[in-house]
Design a protein around this ligand. Structure first.
Ligand SMILES: [Zn+2]
Length: 136
Protein backbone atom coordinates (compact mmCIF):
# COMPACT_ATOMS: atom_id res chain seq x y z
CA UNK A 1 0.00 0.00 0.00
CA UNK A 2 1.68 3.26 -1.05
CA UNK A 3 1.53 6.14 1.37
CA UNK A 4 -0.82 8.90 0.42
CA UNK A 5 -0.34 12.31 1.87
CA UNK A 6 -3.93 13.08 2.68
CA UNK A 7 -3.01 15.73 5.20
CA UNK A 8 0.04 17.08 3.40
CA UNK A 9 3.01 17.97 5.54
CA UNK A 10 1.64 18.52 9.00
CA UNK A 11 3.19 18.01 12.40
CA UNK A 12 1.35 16.06 15.08
CA UNK A 13 0.94 19.20 17.14
CA UNK A 14 -0.56 21.18 14.27
CA UNK A 15 -2.70 18.22 13.38
CA UNK A 16 -4.46 18.09 16.72
CA UNK A 17 -4.93 21.82 16.69
CA UNK A 18 -6.42 21.79 13.20
CA UNK A 19 -8.80 18.90 13.86
CA UNK A 20 -9.90 19.67 17.37
CA UNK A 21 -13.59 20.23 16.72
CA UNK A 22 -16.29 18.74 14.53
CA UNK A 23 -16.60 22.12 12.89
CA UNK A 24 -12.96 22.57 12.00
CA UNK A 25 -12.98 19.07 10.51
CA UNK A 26 -16.04 19.88 8.41
CA UNK A 27 -14.43 23.05 7.19
CA UNK A 28 -11.26 21.25 6.22
CA UNK A 29 -13.16 18.50 4.40
CA UNK A 30 -15.23 21.04 2.47
CA UNK A 31 -12.09 22.88 1.40
CA UNK A 32 -10.48 19.65 0.21
CA UNK A 33 -13.61 18.51 -1.50
CA UNK A 34 -14.22 21.68 -3.46
CA UNK A 35 -10.60 22.72 -3.90
CA UNK A 36 -11.12 22.85 -7.66
CA UNK A 37 -14.47 24.57 -7.35
CA UNK A 38 -18.04 23.43 -6.92
CA UNK A 39 -19.78 21.35 -9.57
CA UNK A 40 -23.37 20.32 -9.01
CA UNK A 41 -23.72 16.53 -9.30
CA UNK A 42 -27.22 16.88 -10.60
CA UNK A 43 -26.87 19.48 -13.35
CA UNK A 44 -23.19 20.41 -13.65
CA UNK A 45 -23.75 24.04 -12.66
CA UNK A 46 -20.78 25.64 -10.93
CA UNK A 47 -22.65 28.43 -9.14
CA UNK A 48 -23.67 27.81 -5.57
CA UNK A 49 -24.82 29.43 -2.42
CA UNK A 50 -24.35 28.10 1.08
CA UNK A 51 -26.81 25.47 2.24
CA UNK A 52 -28.75 25.18 5.48
CA UNK A 53 -26.25 23.01 7.29
CA UNK A 54 -22.73 24.28 8.05
CA UNK A 55 -20.31 23.97 5.11
CA UNK A 56 -22.89 22.51 2.76
CA UNK A 57 -23.35 24.03 -0.70
CA UNK A 58 -26.46 24.47 -2.72
CA UNK A 59 -26.70 24.69 -6.50
CA UNK A 60 -28.24 27.96 -7.63
CA UNK A 61 -29.93 26.30 -10.62
CA UNK A 62 -31.32 22.95 -9.48
CA UNK A 63 -31.42 23.90 -5.78
CA UNK A 64 -29.87 20.57 -4.96
CA UNK A 65 -27.63 20.75 -1.92
CA UNK A 66 -24.66 18.70 -0.94
CA UNK A 67 -23.10 18.37 2.49
CA UNK A 68 -19.37 18.67 3.02
CA UNK A 69 -19.04 14.98 3.80
CA UNK A 70 -21.34 13.54 1.09
CA UNK A 71 -19.46 11.24 -1.31
CA UNK A 72 -16.32 11.45 0.82
CA UNK A 73 -14.70 8.90 3.10
CA UNK A 74 -16.45 10.60 5.99
CA UNK A 75 -19.95 10.13 4.65
CA UNK A 76 -22.19 8.48 7.27
CA UNK A 77 -19.32 8.47 9.69
CA UNK A 78 -20.80 7.54 13.06
CA UNK A 79 -17.91 8.61 15.24
CA UNK A 80 -17.04 12.26 15.88
CA UNK A 81 -14.96 13.65 13.03
CA UNK A 82 -11.96 14.60 15.20
CA UNK A 83 -11.70 10.93 16.15
CA UNK A 84 -12.08 9.76 12.57
CA UNK A 85 -9.38 12.22 11.50
CA UNK A 86 -7.05 10.96 14.18
CA UNK A 87 -7.64 7.44 13.02
CA UNK A 88 -7.02 8.26 9.35
CA UNK A 89 -3.89 10.15 10.37
CA UNK A 90 -2.51 7.14 12.24
CA UNK A 91 -3.38 4.78 9.39
CA UNK A 92 -1.61 7.03 6.85
CA UNK A 93 1.43 7.22 9.08
CA UNK A 94 1.60 3.48 9.51
CA UNK A 95 -0.62 1.60 7.04
CA UNK A 96 0.69 -1.80 8.13
CA UNK A 97 -0.28 -1.45 11.76
CA UNK A 98 -2.92 -4.02 12.72
CA UNK A 99 -6.39 -2.84 13.67
CA UNK A 100 -5.88 -4.17 17.17
CA UNK A 101 -2.69 -2.16 17.74
CA UNK A 102 -4.24 0.85 16.11
CA UNK A 103 -7.25 0.47 18.38
CA UNK A 104 -5.22 0.54 21.56
CA UNK A 105 -3.20 3.49 20.31
CA UNK A 106 -6.15 5.74 19.47
CA UNK A 107 -8.56 4.24 22.02
CA UNK A 108 -11.24 3.53 19.47
CA UNK A 109 -12.91 0.12 19.13
CA UNK A 110 -10.96 -2.31 17.00
CA UNK A 111 -13.95 -3.03 14.74
CA UNK A 112 -14.40 0.69 14.08
CA UNK A 113 -10.71 1.00 13.22
CA UNK A 114 -10.94 -1.98 10.90
CA UNK A 115 -13.99 -0.60 9.13
CA UNK A 116 -12.55 2.83 8.54
CA UNK A 117 -9.23 1.37 7.43
CA UNK A 118 -11.00 -0.83 4.91
CA UNK A 119 -13.00 2.09 3.62
CA UNK A 120 -9.93 4.32 3.39
CA UNK A 121 -7.89 1.71 1.50
CA UNK A 122 -10.77 1.10 -0.83
CA UNK A 123 -10.95 4.82 -1.63
CA UNK A 124 -7.20 5.11 -2.08
CA UNK A 125 -7.02 2.11 -4.39
CA UNK A 126 -9.84 3.49 -6.50
CA UNK A 127 -8.85 7.03 -7.24
CA UNK A 128 -6.53 8.08 -4.41
CA UNK A 129 -7.18 11.33 -2.58
CA UNK A 130 -9.71 12.40 -5.21
CA UNK A 131 -11.88 9.51 -4.12
CA UNK A 132 -11.27 10.10 -0.41
CA UNK A 133 -12.64 13.61 -0.79
CA UNK A 134 -15.41 12.79 -3.24
CA UNK A 135 -13.88 14.62 -6.16
CA UNK A 136 -14.68 11.82 -8.60
ZN1 LIG B 1 -27.63 21.83 -9.95
Amino acid sequence: MPLYSIFGEISEKDFFKQFETQESCMQWISEKKWQNGFVCRKCGNTNYCFGRTPYSRRCTRSKSSESATAHTLFHHCRMPLPEAMKLVYEICKNPDLSSRKLSSKVEIRSMTCWNLKKKLFHCLENGGCDNVFGRI
